[in-house]
Design a binder for this molecule. Structure first.
Ligand SMILES: [Zn+2]
Length: 64
């Protein structure tokens, strides 16, 4: 099989996993949360967690 075909098949398999709801979830922290966490440590850590967002690393779909 051609390289390009293998590549697109691989991508399709990953996206198919997302379509089935098996997202590659990663947690992103907002800039405000990080600054507050450092400036008001340790109380600021609460802001850090409140400012975090979970989303899929592959398709960018927000996950709860
Ligand atoms: Zn996904």
């Amino acid at each position: 099989m051609e390289e390009a075909k293998v590549g697109s098949q691989y991508q399709n398999e990953l996206l198919a996993r997302c379509a089935r709801g098996q997202h590659d979830v990663e947690t992103k922290y907002g800039m405000c949360g990080i600054i507050t966490a450092i400036a008001c440590f340790p109380c600021g850590l609460i802001c850090l967690f409140k400012d975090s967002k979970k989303r899929c690393a592959r398709c960018g779909e927000p996950c709860e």
